[in-house]
Design a protein around this ligand. Structure first.
Ligand code: GSH
Ligand code: FE2
Length: 431
């Protein structure tokens, strides 16, 4: 079999036969990484068969499917993580080995262990044409907005720090406050990881932004605004969401004028992050108040479009609308094809690595819920799927915090804070 040794810790290969996996374990490999999407060829064993064979052989297994043109930093990081976690040498394969060695080399350059100028000659010395890796790196270097994603595995949420390389100013988008509903504990390790990155990079925070009042996790906007002194902002329609939930929580004292934020964005509003310009697009559908932030060459589309294999977000929360979501998606797809899109969630179908980045062009050709469908078809598909989805585990915990800009409820006389859970207020029980 065509196995090429790249380093002491990595060998790459073309398609491998799962029957040979036990032999690889005997040769000393500890981990198998499959970077090949299923269904590229008829006789391809595929992820499920490979995963089962790897388990039988005692090999750790990672599924990091990429196409040559569609590699993202999420994929590069997942590949690096698979290597870092491995207890011995890694064997990575795609169809020819090229994508596997590409992911490795991109990770080495991003980590500063290989120079950009050495990429092509490194490839040639191992029999690979790495000009595609060079083009990818040149594209990264020319980005207007630098985007660092922080994946929160508990809720499958994406939090972002988007920065202006020229001025080192940044915005935090959709930060998560950790919450363990079994013990009622809150925590800040997710938010602190972003603060550590911001300190490491020498960034100054200009904004703490939320794309919508989240229904599946508590927002860390209040904590981070307190830590950084940055203003917090959200879409102006949050007032309608406050009105809706004021009723559900029977909460007369709740102010429904959005005064819990420093700025409420109207559709089309502009704001700046250093020399980068941000623009706000209303994107209702998933919630009444959802917005997309277009910042430089990146758009933060939150829960409208997920990455293409995962389709779109649900539209059945109070105030949600599949029809409105369709219109919002069309407006996002009318952005330039090269615009990078960063989603708000990823639920890792088939156990693949977490993904969050796509482009308008990719979404137009590959989104599982959007391609080849019209508005009526989408609404029917979305509503049928939504009828099968249980409510998010934390919807009732989260909204009462998130409609107050991430502030926890005020403490009672004993100094303790309490959440309030309305009974029989929402449909969608799954017994
Ligand atoms: N199982 C998750 C579901 C969270 C959820 O409903 N997420 C929303 C975004 S806030 C969604 O659009 N989900 C789409 C889906 O589950 O297909 C939870 O309990 O938190
Ligand atoms: Fe959401």
């Amino acid at each position: 079999m065509n196995i090429v040794t790249i380093t002491d810790g990595l060998a790459v290969a073309g398609q491998l036969n799962p029957d040979a996996f036990a032999g690889f374990a005997k040769e000393g490999f500890a981990t198998l990484v499959n970077v090949r999407p299923d269904g590229e060829e008829l006789d391809q064993p595929g992820h499920a068969a490979e995963s089962a064979a790897a388990e039988r052989a005692g090999l750790a297994y990672h599924f990091v499917p990429v196409t040559g043109a569609g590699i993202t930093t999420a994929d590069v990081r997942a590949f690096q993580r698979a290597m870092a976690e491995s207890k011995g040498p890694v064997l990575a394969h795609c169809r020819s080995g090229l994508r596997a060695v590409t992911l490795f080399v991109l990770g080495e350059v991003l980590a500063g262990r290989m120079k950009r100028g050495d990429v092509e000659s490194f490839g040639r010395s191992h029999g690979f044409d790495l000009s595609g890796a060079g083009t990818w790196l040149d594209g990264e270097a020319g980005r207007l907005a630098k985007v660092e994603a922080f994946y929160e595995p508990g809720s499958g949420s994406l939090q972002y720090v988007v920065s202006d390389p020229a001025t080192r100013r940044c915005a935090i988008i959709d930060p998560v406050l950790d919450f363990d509903e079994k013990s009622g504990s809150t925590g800040t390790s997710s938010a602190d990881a972003m603060l550590a990155y911001i300190a490491r990079e020498g960034l100054t925070v200009d904004w703490v932004l939320d794309t919508h009042p989240h229904a599946d996790h508590l927002s860390a906007a209040d904590y981070l605004a307190g830590k950084t002194g940055a203003p917090r902002a959200i879409g102006a329609q949050v007032t309608a969401v406050q009105t809706l939930w004021k009723e559900i929580y029977n909460w007369p004292a709740l102010q429904t004028d959005g005064s819990q934020w420093d700025r409420l964005f109207a559709d089309g509003d502009r704001f700046s992050i250093g020399s980068l310009e941000g623009r706000v697009m209303f994107s209702p559908g998933h919630t009444l108040a959802s917005v997309t932030y277009v910042i430089g060459d990146a758009a933060f589309v939150h829960d409208t479009l997920f990455v293409p294999d995962s389709g779109t977000a649900r539209a059945d929360f109070p105030g949600g609308s599949a029809r409105a979501l369709w219109a919002s998606i069309q407006a996002i797809l009318a952005l330039p094809d090269a615009m990078r899109l960063f989603t708000g969630h990823d639920y890792r179908p088939e156990g693949r690595n977490a993904k969050w980045e796509s482009t308008v062009g990719e979404q137009k050709t590959a989104n599982a819920h959007v391609v080849g469908i019209d508005e009526a078809g989408f609404v029917a598909l979305r509503e049928a799927r939504d009828r099968t989805l249980p409510m998010p585990k934390l919807i009732l915990h989260a909204l009462q915090v998130n409609i107050r800009g991430g502030r926890l409820p005020e403490p009672e006389a004993n100094g303790r804070r309490y959440l309030k859970i309305p009974l029989n207020a929402l449909e969608g029980a799954v017994w």
